[in-house]
Design a protein around this ligand. Structure first.
Ligand SMILES: [Zn+2]
Length: 264
């Protein structure tokens, strides 16, 4: 069993502040291992709304210490561990999130978990038959994640610019979740727009690309229209994430196998 559920697709403070799109992060579930990626404001509310039991979370993955990505980690730890009565779960993050006076996750909450792993100094995390590695980000804080299962590779760019290093890190992924904050022609340091995503996909050629993390200009443009442009130009199958959207990675299994063979 494998599924990806979007508890949010918001990518800036306007969209998040007004909840034009939700900001609860992304759930990846593989054979009853549940991963909660980048829980922003409202993660608990959206989990409840979309039928996710956060008590069943195996690991929380937070990519960097910004509101949209890590601000609900404390609330999730509390709910997941019953405030430490059931000490369990893993936080996979980096020092920006767990150390220092501006870090979102309190020292106390970290003690309620079974393990806290800072990816800064760690090459690979193994959880049962799943491997998680960090992927680089360009001109931005933190890191992305690549999750390798026995059947496919799922990766998440997090917030980053496009570039050689980024493409190389994601080239063997079958499904890539891409933070596409802006439409074509709108540029911001540390983030990708539609033009960047087209270039990135031409190089990485996943079986499926999913764009999310939309800023206000992207919302005004309509992400669905933008995916048509991206798909036409990159020739990669692409979906614009919606709040509550559920995807089964194995629905793309024919092409998943091809890509996997290529990567060996
Ligand atoms: Zn962001």
């Amino acid at each position: 069993m494998a599924k990806i559920i979007f508890l949010g697709t918001s990518g800036d403070s306007i969209v998040t502040g007004k909840q034009l799109r939700a900001s609860g992060g992304i759930i990846f579930n593989y054979n009853n291992m549940q991963f909660h990626i980048d829980p922003g404001p409202g993660a608990l509310v959206r989990a409840q709304q979309y039928g996710i039991n956060i008590r069943e979370t195996t690991a929380i993955l937070a990519s960097h210490n910004h509101t949209n990505h890590a601000s609900s980690v404390n609330a999730l730890i509390s709910g997941m561990t019953l405030n430490g009565m059931d000490k369990k779960g893993i936080l996979i993050a980096n020092k920006g999130i767990t150390e220092g006076k501006n870090s979102f996750v309190t020292e106390y909450n970290q003690t309620l978990l079974e393990r806290v792993i800072n990816m800064d100094g760690v090459a690979k995390v193994g959880i049962n038959n799943i491997d998680i590695v960090k992927t680089p980000v360009i001109n931005h804080a933190g890191n992305g994640f690549k999750i390798t299962t026995p059947e496919f590779i799922l990766s998440y760019t997090s917030d980053t610019e496009n570039g050689v290093e980024l493409k190389k890190a994601h080239e063997d992924s079958n499904i890539i979740i891409i933070n596409c904050k802006h439409p074509s022609g709108v540029s911001q340091e540390g983030h990708m727009n539609v033009d960047d995503v087209i270039d990135f996909l031409k190089a990485t050629k996943p079986s499926l690309g999913i764009i999310t993390h939309f800023g206000i200009k992207m919302i005004q443009k309509n992400p669905l229209d933008e995916t048509r442009i991206i798909q036409r130009e990159s020739k990669v199958q692409i979906i614009a994430a919606k709040d509550g959207m559920e995807i089964n990675p194995k629905d793309y299994s024919a092409s998943l196998k091809q890509k996997k063979l290529k990567s060996y």
